[in-house]
Design a protein around this ligand. Structure first.
Ligand code: ZN
Length: 305
């Protein structure tokens, strides 16, 4: 059986599972508000493509000042081995996490140093420490809990830095176009493991320096009995709501064209800008080759007065 046949079978199984879920209210994902939900059939390009799954164990990211407080004046993190995301490494240094309720010893430190200290735990870990922590995307410390970090040379009370990392997929811009998604979209990912399950509302993060991988924490990895080499399949896509100012890769706003004539060259220049909506006046003449270029680039023409 080749990969394509296998993918077809997976899609069928997933479609059946989704249908079953629809009859079982308790398994329903929360309503999608004003967002657009694409059915499997509507976005065939995204389906059947495998994403490597990786489980992240509990770890901390430290800012420079905290590294010095824990490991001594002038200390920097020492790389022990590289991680799957380029530039990231597991450090030789370890820390202990302490609260009034409990402690976790020898917790991994990931380098390089970051702008802000962040502790990423599973919800099971949080129970051990008696902490109530939010499930946030990395970098979002809204509602994060406090913990004391203990290093070789000292300790630091780190206020508002403990979260459970929300599951997410790292991908490059070319992966993103292959999957038909953009930064900030969410996807549902089915994992066909010994305990098959579907993760809903998985965040898509797109950056040139990323390597394709879906990151789960240990609770999630155990929930689906993850083992090395397991892969996930995108089964549906929810487009991100229109961005305000805070998106990393904001789609360009519709561009206006005031020229009387839109040539192929101008069309191609517009396509390169990455914008998807071209606004033109009803008086603008579009040359046939410009029309072709816009269609090839998937650009939508909007006529304005
Ligand atoms: Zn990650």
């Amino acid at each position: 059986m080749d990969q394509e046949q296998l993918n077809l079978i997976i899609e069928k199984v997933v479609a059946t599972l989704q249908k079953t879920n629809a009859d079982t209210p308790i398994l329903q994902p929360p309503p999608q508000n004003a967002q657009t939900k694409y059915a499997i059939s509507a976005r065939p390009s995204a389906t059947g493509q495998a994403i490597p799954l990786e489980a992240s164990a509990r770890h901390v990211h430290l800012d420079k000042a905290t590294v010095e407080l824990l490991f001594g004046k002038g200390a920097r993190l020492t790389p022990c081995r590289p991680l799957s995301q380029p530039g990231e490494f597991l450090a030789q240094e370890r820390v202990k996490l302490v609260t009034q309720k409990g402690e976790l010893a020898s917790v991994a430190v990931l380098g390089p140093e970051r702008e802000q200290t962040q502790v990423e735990l599973s919800l099971t870990d949080a129970r051990v420490l008696g902490l109530d922590i939010p499930v946030n995307l990395s970098g979002d410390l809204t509602g994060a809990a406090d913990v004391t970090l203990v290093g070789r040379c000292g300790s630091v009370f780190a206020k508002g830095c403990v979260i459970a990392a929300k599951n997410h997929i790292h991908m490059t811009p070319s992966d993103a176009s292959r999957f038909g998604v953009k930064n900030g979209d969410t996807v549902d990912v089915h994992v066909q493991t010994r305990r098959p399950l579907t993760f809903h509302e998985v965040a898509v993060r797109v950056k040139g320096s990323f390597a394709l991988a879906m990151h789960l924490d240990f609770d999630e990895a155990n929930a689906c009995a993850l083992k090395e080499g397991d892969r996930g399949t995108v089964i549906s896509i929810t487009a991100a709501p229109p961005c305000k100012n805070d998106c990393l890769q904001t789609p360009s706003p519709p561009a206006a064209v005031t020229d009387k004539l839109l040539t192929e060259e101008a069309a191609r220049r517009f396509a390169q800008s990455g914008a998807k909506n071209l606004r033109i006046t009803k008086k603008t003449i579009i040359t046939p080759s410009a029309k072709d270029a816009l269609r090839e680039a998937g650009i939508i023409i909007e006529h304005v007065e």
